[in-house]
Design a protein around this ligand. Sequence first.
Ligand code: GLA
Length: 381
Amino acid sequence: MRYETPEPDVTRRYRAPGRVNLIGEHTDYNDGFVMPVAIDRYTTVEARPRADRRVLVRSDGYDRPADIDLADPGAPAGAWSDYVRGVVAVLQRSGQSLRGADLAITSDVPAGAGLSSSAALEVAAGYALLHLTGRPIDLTALALACQEAEHEYAGTRCGLMDQFIACHGRAGHAVLLDTRTLDALWLPLPPGVQVIVCNTMTRHALASDGYNERRADCEAAVRALAVRLPRIRALRDVSFADLEANRDVLPDQVYRRCRHVVTENARTLSAADALRDGDIARVGVLMGASHASLRDDYEVSTPELDALVDVATEMEATIGARMTGGGFGGCTVNLVRADAVESFAAHVRVRYHAHTGRMPEIYTCAAADGVREDVPEGEQL
Ligand code: GLA
């Protein structure tokens, strides 16, 4: 890795991946376990240092460029560039002194599809700005700063999963992350299994409200349960037996939210064991149970997501299928036998269209590395 301060007239490229989560959904803001994979779709930042203290950001996906003053990054402006503005503000507040730069952004992570295009943008921009200072980069600190930016500048009280995997993804691997301790275990994906993401092509406008409501329900549940279980700090600390024994302190809907989180944590740990043991069929069964729990107890699925999971499950070559990410639209993640990718895609297209009248987009994904400088081939050290 190169850490010298770049010359002012040199343009460098950086890229951060989108992600798909294999299992462990809506657990990260409950101090629980997640198992994401970075995918080979990237947000790329071309960065060129400036002599002044401004960061000028433009994106090929959006019209309005943004002009961020490093001395005063300002409040969110209701624009796509708030993600970059937020990262600049949080990094500077944490004591990182940044340099002015022109940033040109391109991305092939579909926006608003639940594949963490926002985390990819935050992490790519943050990494670029830090790299231009010439100082070493602490990737976990970068992930935490990007999460804080998302809370403050996008208003989504997300967990750490998306920013962490955009920083720490590894080719060919899923990551089991303990979101309390930040201990991570990179688990190789088995050969012969393909990760396929299917996009419902729907997204609910109020998804971020629904997300924040779920988080608030979980926090209210912890306060109610803590009267009887004083040692708990988060739903992570609640066992299924504890939850059942204290069900009477929770309204039914909140109880079901908790049941999802408590059982999802257990499923995620079981899936990690199964992956390690080479029992991919068991991973698939756990993914199916995860989807049912998100649909029935957590109520973040939609008819389109359910249809995509149902039609994928009709295929014998499908090992596991579930919604992925925050929900309220977006994508499903599927583990499919690698020799059946074409027939899977053809089947899902026809059957999903027949059910919903919509055409899905289907992305065959490789598990990718996290953020890095993108050195053109031939110039690599
Ligand atoms: C979004 C959030 C993540 C996580 C998932 C649900 O992607 O950004 O932190 O909570 O939803 O698992």
